[in-house]
Design a protein around this ligand. Structure first.
Ligand code: UDP
Ligand code: MG
Length: 329
């Protein structure tokens, strides 16, 4: 593919051996029907099942399908980063590999961007009826909090199904983020944007790769990426404790003067537990930030690309990021 295609579709893939064939079957006619040059960048996030084999098979009879394979599992956002950095299209759409984001919306996104000159088109989840109540509730809380942090520029319920123009992609590539959370960074860029509403479908096959631990991690990355407010919480907790302490000091002195100082085990114990808990919370909060400063200073690449099928093609300029074989390739 010597010339840059108009559209790149970036798809993070992790252990999707069952879903992938179905996704390809539905995605391909839509992209072929667009009658524009396109590429699909399937980023295999170090799958440990038969996904690599399935991907090779897909590529065999779909030349527009490009495979980027990580050396190991590095996470959804890292896979998105690799895909977005390596995509060559004028427009880059990111989509999940499990058909939860309907590919039928891609032409709509592209038309909207081209007609209105938008740099970003968000896929906004209109209906999450197929998600579990737990997922809906945690997602609701997440978007509420994120909109408080990033502001109303961030559309509610906009995940990682979105279109970016080349300009937006280049802007994102300039950011030095180590743990990028695109659903926050993209609204933060503030580029002209539109929305396409879609219904979040049920995962077509297999199970989620977002257990609670990964959800918590995404939430923590999101907050620490955009706000130092939790650190200020420590100051507030300290101030409140100090005021309570003053009141208790008066009470203690009075009790001493009145000679009623022997009982008090419960209040002492509660006070001790409370202060201990507050201190641990504050140290933990500090740790979240210090840990991130630490990994930012280490500046290790967040992923290693073991294989890019584009390397099999004639040479072209392609920015390398965290490439296991170094930037020169
Ligand atoms: N994914 C990934 N790396 C991971 C976990 C997930 O690339 O470590 C991909 C996965 O294959 C899918 C997308 O990210 O295409 C969203 O993941 P999933 O569907 O498991 O999350 P959910 O939709 O349940 O939030
Ligand atoms: Mg999914």
């Amino acid at each position: 593919m010597p010339t840059a295609p108009l559209l790149s579709v970036v798809m993070p893939i992790y252990n999707e051996q069952e879903a992938l064939p179905l996704t390809v079957e539905r995605l391909r006619p839509i992209l072929d029907g667009l009658a524009v040059d396109y590429e699909v960048v399937g980023v295999d996030d170090g799958s440990t099942d038969a996904t690599p084999v399935v991907l090779q098979k897909v590529r065999q009879d779909w030349p527009e399908f490009r495979i980027v394979r990580f050396a190991r599992n590095s996470g959804h956002q890292a896979a998105l980063t690799a895909g977005i950095h390596r995509a060559r299209g004028d427009y880059v759409v990111s989509i999940d590999a499990d058909l939860q984001d309907p590919p039928e919306k891609i032409p709509e996104m592209l038309d909207l961007a081209r007609e209105q000159g938008f740099d970003v088109v968000y896929g906004v989840r209109g209906d999450r009826a197929t998600d579990t109540a737990f997922k809906r509730r945690t997602a609701g809380a997440y978007y509420w909090l994120m909109r408080k942090l990033v502001g109303k520029r961030m559309p509610n319920q906009a995940g990682d199904f979105r279109l970016l123009s080349r300009a937006a992609v280049e802007a994102l590539k300039q950011l030095p983020e180590h743990q990028p959370v695109y659903r926050l960074l993209v609204p933060w860029l503030g580029f002209p944007s539109g929305e396409v509403v879609y219904v979040r479908e049920e995962r077509v096959a297999g199970g989620t790769h977002y257990p609670l631990s990964k959800m918590v991690r995404l939430a923590l990355d999101s907050v620490t990426n955009f706000s130092a407010a939790p650190l200020r919480l420590a100051t507030w907790l300290g101030l409140v404790s100090f005021v309570v302490c003053l009141a208790l000091a008066v009470y203690t002195t009075l009790s001493y003067a009145l000679g009623a100082t022997v009982p008090g085990w419960s209040s002492l114990f509660i006070g001790m537990l409370f202060i201990g808990a507050v201190q641990l919370i504050c140290v933990g909060l500090l740790g979240e930030y210090v840990g991130r400063i630490y990994s930012a200073v280490q500046a290790r690449p967040t992923y290693f690309v073991g294989y890019d099928s584009a390397d099999d093609e004639p040479a072209q300029d392609d920015a390398a990021h965290g490439d296991a074989r170094g930037p020169g390739r």
